[in-house]
Design a protein around this ligand. Structure first.
Ligand code: ADP
Ligand code: MG
Length: 700
């Protein structure tokens, strides 16, 4: 008998049409042509597409698939699919299972219901999906899913994947130019990403009774539970049996899809968990992350649970993020690894400097890329990084960079193992220990960890910005050093590094990112600080960002403007829903419940008075008084929010609308919440109409 563990390698990747399955099933000559498309971006001819489609279909049918779909990522951020069956009836009344190269390469999509920020209106009503052969097809619920890009007929991107692929190309082109200057042979260069996905699991029964959770993904009301996360018992704690069963099934399903889920554990907050896969190229990493999120949501229901992927489902309890671990690989070499020889060190310093320059220069865009209504509650509330971008390098690397800027001898940096050989370059060890969890962008040995993204986000935007900004840094280096070689190159490269680091030193910060001192210091350094999505979005359409994206053919101005519109609209729509849900819950659930309880209390006070005219009723009457006064303040807060909400709803300009939601509606929502939460803790438990934080977070 084989054990469960023995079956894991056997089942791994069985539901993906991976490189191996392709090699097995496609004639060698055809595969070679396909590989050219995958690795070099060469256009695919129809004969090859037909052969691949046939192999893919046969493989999928053997595994029970009945349908196929072009799987894509519309601007709303998650994934979309429309299933077509393989079935094609024949004239004689029978049926064949067919799938052509044309169907594989391109799909028509009536995309009019997807957000496009007005893009389609100005061009064509329809869009099409195009096969992305660099991410593998897979089977999900008897459907062959083909990862695709989604564009308008005039070529404008209508999705998240297209600009990401373009940014990968830009990064590769510029990195290759730099590597050539280092005399290195041509290898494919790609950004690598490992994303750590945090999420909550709560009971389905409780979830269903909370309109705020069902409709907005977060609790809009709720007094703090008696116990929060202060005992620190949940982080890495024993996993409850139901959750463990859920995680096991999740692992099995992900492994079958070839998604290398590696680490799972309980997180800091009660009912919070994390899953991290092994990193891979950024395009696949994002497809895999989206698929993982979908599987989490789906499988939770098998265990009577609901998976919350909102960035801040509970006030006062840590929210959920999605750390974006990012590096650049050239073949087998990680270009963000300090390396072993002085020359490797120099190359590393050039790439490191490129990252520092990119992050400083385009800090606004990076912040913008993670802006969402949900993430606004998480950034800057002392659980996740602040909304200010800065880079943490750690003591060792920080010492080297300081020495380079000060133009002093590296021997001054104590921890640095010296190598005074060629070009007087430092040799340093990787620094894995010194972790500053408060930093938004931390160097962790051989990669950067961007900790701002929220749990619900599609990481494409962030990585599109990172890749493009990095391409820009590398281009500047390559342009400057063009034509130099040997010692002259080494000297010029080191000078370039020193100068660029000096120019961008302000972005490096190793101190405590929480707290007000940093806010003041960051302002002094001229770093931007956008607290809300409404404040963070406008930089997207500034000339500086249009110039960047256009220079590298990642997004044109029209695409940028449409994306900005979509983000704004999404924010406004969410805030509108949150306002409505708050008003509805207050009017229809909370106030009636509190009034019923107050009425009962009044009756019982009168009854006691009748029976015992001299009875001391101070506690009861004070409580009744507080309930009545509380209802009064809640109603005032409700009226205030209502007036404001109606006013904002009437505003046509989307940016103005967002500003008002962020700076006026949200504080008014806070007031209403505070009034209701204060009543929650004095109202008889049996009268409270929704499950409380105690129920939601500490279920068994
Ligand atoms: P943490 O302590 O934050 O959990 P880990 O070392 O476990 O960090 O790594 C977290 C994620 O980073 C994983 O998904 C891992 O695969 C990924 N990762 C590791 N090395 C790299 C790299 N060179 N480039 C990109 N991601 C990486
Ligand atoms: Mg991490």
């Amino acid at each position: 008998m084989t054990t469960v563990s023995e079956n894991i390698p056997k089942n791994y990747g069985t539901l993906v049409f991976s490189e191996n399955s392709m090699k097995e099933r496609i004639p060698a000559k055809t595969y070679e042509l396909l590989e050219k498309t995958i690795k070099e971006g060469k256009p695919l001819d129809l004969d090859v597409a037909n052969a691949v489609a046939k192999a893919m279909k046969d493989w999928a049918i053997e595994l029970g698939a009945t349908h196929h779909t072009h799987w894509f990522q519309p601007l709303s951020g998650m994934t979309s699919e429309k299933h077509d069956s393989f079935l094609s009836p024949t004239e004689d009344g029978n049926a064949l299972m067919t799938f052509s190269g044309k169907e594989l390469i391109q799909g028509e999509s009536d995309a009019s219901s997807f957000p496009s920020g007005g893009l389609r209106a100005s061009f064509e009503a329809r869009g099409y999906t195009a096969w992305d052969p660099t991410s593998f097809a897979f089977i999900k619920d008897e459907v062959l899913c083909i990862p695709t890009a989604f564009c308008s007929y005039t070529g404008e991107a209508l999705d998240k994947k297209t600009p990401l692929l373009r940014s990968m190309k830009a990064l590769e082109e510029q990195a290759k130019r730099v590597l050539k200057l280092f005399g290195e042979s041509e290898t494919p260069v790609t950004a690598m990403v490992g994303s750590e996905q945090e999420y909550f699991l709560i009971s389905e029964k409780d979830f269903e009774r909370r309109q705020d959770l069902v409709l907005t993904g977060r609790t809009l009301f709720g007094a703090a539970p008696c116990k929060g996360q202060e005992l620190e018992e949940h982080y890495f704690g024993a996993i409850r049996p139901t959750v463990n069963e859920f995680m096991k099934e999740l692992d099995d399903e992900l492994w079958a899809l070839g998604i290398p889920a590696k680490t799972k554990h309980n997180e800091v907050a009660p009912a919070q968990h994390e899953l991290a896969p092994i990193y891979t190229n950024v395009n696949r990493a994002i497809d895999e992350n989206l698929l993982t999120m979908e599987k989490m949501r789906l499988l939770a229901s098998h265990y009577g649970l609901v998976c919350l992927q909102h960035e801040k489902p509970f006030r006062g309890i840590n929210g959920s993020g999605k750390h974006n671990n990012w590096s650049i690989s050239a073949g087998k070499t990680n270009l963000l690894d300090p390396g072993a020889t002085p020359m490797d060190n120099l190359r590393f310093l050039v790439f490191l400097t490129g990252v520092i320059q990119a992050v400083d220069e385009y800090q606004d865009l990076l912040r913008m890329s993670v802006a969402s209504a949900g993430n606004d509650h998480r950034l800057g509330s002392d659980e996740a990084p602040p909304a200010i971008i800065s880079i943490f390098l750690g003591t060792e690397l920080g010492g080297v960079v300081d020495a380079l800027i000060a133009d002093t001898d590296y021997t001054n940096a104590k921890a640095v193992a010296m190598d005074l050989g060629v070009a007087v370059l430092p040799r340093f060890r990787k620094d894995n220990t010194d972790r500053n969890r408060t930093s938004p962008f931390a160097f962790t040995g051989n990669k950067f960890e961007f900790r701002m993204p929220g749990s619900g986000v599609n990481l494409s935007d962030t990585n599109t910005v990172l890749n493009t900004a990095m391409a820009k840094s590398l281009k500047e280096f390559a342009d400057t050093l063009d034509g130099k070689s040997g010692e002259a190159f080494e000297k010029a490269a080191l000078d370039y590094v020193k100068k660029t680091l000096t120019d961008h030193e302000r972005i490096i910060f190793d101190g405590n990112g929480y707290g007000e001192e940093w806010e003041t210091e960051a302002a002094r350094r001229g770093l931007s600080h956008y607290r809300t999505t409404a404040d963070a979005l406008p930089c997207f359409i500034e000339q500086k960002s249009i110039d960047l994206f256009e220079e590298f053919n990642v997004l044109n101005e029209l695409e940028i403007r449409s994306r900005y519109e979509v983000k704004l609209e999404k924010y406004n729509k969410l805030l509108n829903i949150e306002c409505r849900v708050m008003k509805r819950m207050t009017r229809r659930a909370f106030l009636p419940a509190i009034n019923t309880y107050a009425g009962k209390l009044a009756k019982s006070i009168n009854a006691i008075k009748e029976a015992l005219p001299d009875a001391e009723l101070a506690q009861e009457t004070t409580l009744l008084n507080n309930l009545v006064k509380g209802v009064q303040s809640a109603d005032e807060a409700l009226q205030k929010l209502d007036t404001l909400h109606r006013e904002i709803a009437g505003i046509v300009d989307q940016q103005e609308k967002a500003n008002r939601y962020a700076h006026e509606a949200l504080p008014a929502m806070e007031e209403l919440r505070a009034a209701i939460d204060a009543l929650e803790i004095i109202t008889d438990r049996s009268h409270w109409p929704v499950p409380t934080y105690n129920n939601l977070l500490f279920y068994s």
